[in-house]
Design a protein around this ligand. Sequence first.
Ligand SMILES: [Zn+2]
Ligand SMILES: [Zn+2]
Length: 245
Amino acid sequence: MLQKLLDFIWPRKCAVCSGASDRPGRYICSDCLMRLPFTPVDGLCSCCGRDAPGVEGGFLCSECMEPPRPNFDRAGNVFRFEGHLREMISAYKFRGALHLRDDFVDFLEAYAKVRFRIEEIACVLPMPSSFSNRFWRGYNQCEYLAKPLSQRLSLPYCSRALRRTGSFRRQAELSGEERRINVKGTFAVTRKGEEVIKNLPPGKAILLLDDIMTTGSTLSECAKTLKAAGAQEVWCITLARPAMQ
Ligand SMILES: [Zn+2]
Ligand SMILES: [Zn+2]
């Protein structure tokens, strides 16, 4: 009711078409919502969640089948990283468009429920940001999504369980193999993280949240670090992934 009143006083503009948003408290109107590039929920690689057009049911993609395999056990990506969606995520990540958070959390929640068995998840962890990114942006865009997502899924939220041990070159500039080498050894489990892992119920997974997955090497390195500290299963969820090259 309050939200409807606030929307009446300050109408929200749709982040895609700039028309008035017809969804209370949200910045993507229902017409534009229908046209977003959602990843299908079927025909996905059972490990990394990549979709292959025309494939039905589960399969294992070549990158998850051949070594070096990802260290995470399962991943899901809500969208293909393209078009308006790409613009919105970039605005959220780099230009402080934090008002898009609730829209993104809606999508993450819905996708998590389809892709994962929520009752098998122990807690939600955000991808840690480097000190310089936090300093320049003033926020960690993953923490900002992971916390409300954990609340929606009624799961514990664990921030600062992982930290970056140093800076590395921006992954976007590198090839697949270079990315893997570039992130090697750049994460560490914090003392708080050690506590979290020590108290994980047996067989339950950690759900790690990142904004974008490209080759998956950063998430894989995080999963490797968490597993070296004793975690059994690591699952990953991201907002988007570019279509297969
Ligand atoms: Zn719209
Ligand atoms: Zn795969």
